[in-house]
Write a protein that binds this ligand. Structure first.
Ligand SMILES: [Zn+2]
Ligand SMILES: [Zn+2]
Length: 145
């Protein structure tokens, strides 16, 4: 199985070395809302090295409030955010799941920061929710199982 995706303009493409479409989580925090210009973000957690990217990737780095470095990769042409890594989570990649070619076939495994959720967003009752960020061990275990 090949899982592929890319940016809005098509200049950046990627292939994931995975057996199936990755599990995704939704984050409803204010940062995600403002950065995405939307109600929440959808992301997949992948082992470092599972993504092979071609095209003009540029980088944006910043230190987040917890003191960790966030390292964002974007298309250098259309500036679509593709994936990021964070010094708090070595060995893991966070992929912007809306960039997957088959983004219509994803279903969330977890919702976080639901205390900032838009009131009209209704979450299925069988999906775990967290008021803020879940404990990292529980988060990784849920997403990579
Ligand atoms: Zn692009
Ligand atoms: Zn967020």
């Amino acid at each position: 199985m090949t899982v592929e995706g890319g940016c809005h303009c098509g200049a950046v493409r990627y292939v994931l070395a995975v057996d199936a479409a990755p599990a995704i989580y939704c984050c409803h925090c204010l940062n995600c809302q403002s950065w995405a210009g939307s109600a929440f973000t959808q992301s997949a957690l992948l082992p470092d090295g599972a993504i092979s990217v071609t095209g003009p990737v540029i980088e944006y780095r910043f230190i987040n409030p917890s003191g960790h470095e966030s390292h964002q990769r974007l298309c250098g042409t259309c500036h679509t955010r593709i994936f990021n890594t964070n010094s708090a989570r070595p060995g893991l990649v966070v992929l912007r799941a809306g960039t997957l070619d088959e983004s219509d076939r994803l279903s969330p495994r977890l919702h976080m920061w639901v205390r900032r959720k838009q009131p009209w967003v209704v979450i299925a009752e069988d999906i775990p929710t967290f008021e803020e960020t879940p404990p990292i061990a529980e988060f990784v275990a849920t997403m990579l199982r």
